[in-house]
Design a protein around this ligand. Sequence first.
Ligand SMILES: [Zn+2]
Length: 438
Amino acid sequence: MTESQVTVFNSGYDTVVRGGRVIDPANRIDAVCDVAIRNGVIAAVGPDLDATGAKIIDAAGLVVTPGLIDTHAHVYEHVSGDFGLNPDLVGVRSGVTTVVDQGGPSALTFDGFRKYIVEAADTRVLAFVSAYLAGGLLGHRYVDLYGPTGINVAAIVKTAEENADLVRGIKAHAEPGGYSRWGMASLKLAKEASREVKLPVYVHLGTLWPELEGTEVDAIKIIDEVVPLLDPGDILAHPFTKFPSGFVATDGSIHPLVREALARGVRIDVGRGAHFSATNARRVLDAGIMPFTLGADLHGYNIRIGDGGRAYRGMFSDGADSLIADDERASPFSRPYSLQHAMTELLALGVGLPEVVRMATSNAAVMIGFEAEMGALSIGMPADLSVMRLIDGDWTLIDSEQVKFPAHTIVHPEFSLRAGKQYLADSPLLPEFAAMAA
Ligand SMILES: [Zn+2]
C-alpha cells in the first residue's frame, strides 16, 4: 500500500467530540454536530464527520461550546493567602479552560505568578495585573496598601509590556472605602498606565473596604466620577452587587451614567461573587442593560474548600473582617457556586442560552483581546471545549440576600478539553446541584 492509500482508512483526526449541540456564537453555529481535533487544535466542525481511527468522545444530549473563559478568577494560590484558589480546580476540572486572575499578581510579584501558577497549571491562566504594588494579598484586606502611594505607574507599564502574553488589562477599584480615603486618585493612576500600554482597566464597583471613620460617602455618586475616566473597552464589574455603590441605588433606580458608559463602549462584567443580588440583576436586565461577559469571581473567601471552608477570620480585630460575619460562615459566603452556576442564574433571569454562552466565550475573548485564538471553535484554534449538561426541573436558586428565585434549567459541567486533552469536571469546589432541588 502507498501512503495515500493508508490515509483512506484513517480520518486523520486524533479526537472527535460526537453528536453534541454545538453552540459557537462567534461562528453562528447552534446545531447538533461533531468537533474534530488534530494535534491539539480544531480541525473540523460539522455533522457526521468521519471519525475513523480517532478517539470518540460521546456528547449526545450535551451542549458543546468553545472553552469557557472565566473573566474574573482569583488563582494566585499560596501568595494571596486563602484568597487564591487552585487554578485547575476553578479551571479545567470545573469545565472552564481559561481563567483570568483579576488583580492577584502585581508588578512586584508577577514573575512568581508566571512560574508557579501559569506554567504549573493545565488551565490556561491570564491576568489583569493589579494596579497596586502589593497586588491582591488576602483579598485586599489591608486597606492602607491600596492608596495612590502604593501605585507606581511605570512599574505597571513595565510589567504589562514584559508580560504581554499574560497581562490583558489592569485591575482597579472604585468603591466607598477607597473613595473616602483617596477619592479617585488610585483609579486615575491605573488609567494612566492603561492608556500607556493600551490595555483596559477592570473597575470593581461595590463596597469592599470600610469607609474612613468620620467620612460620609454618597455611594451611588461614585459612578459619576468613574465614567468620565473610562475609555472604550474598559470594564465595569459587579453590576448585580447588593451594595448600593454599584449600578443600582437603594431606591432601585439604575444610575443614569451606566447607559452613557455603555454608549461610549465601556463593557460590563457580571463578576458574580458573594454579593450577587437577584433583585438588582432583574432591575439591571429589565432596564435593557446586558452584561458583556460573565466572570464568576470565585475565591477562597466565598467558596467552601474541603472541611467546612476557609472563610478568612481571626487576624483582624479592627472591624476590617466585618464583611464576613461569623453567622454567615456557612452561608452565603461559602455557598458553593461556579461559572456554570452564574450561567444558570442568567438563564433563570430570562437571558437566552446562546447569549449566555457568548458572554463566557467569544465576548470574553474580545474583552481580553484574544479573539483570534480563543472563544470560538474556528479551524486552527486551540481545541478548548466545554461540555455541559442542561438539567431541566423545578429548581430554587438563592442569592446573597437569601432571596429565592426559580430556575427551570441548570447548567451542569461534564468535562472540558484544553488543547485537545480531556478533563472531567470533578473539582471538589463545584456545587452539588441536587441541593438546589425545590
Ligand atoms: Zn474578585
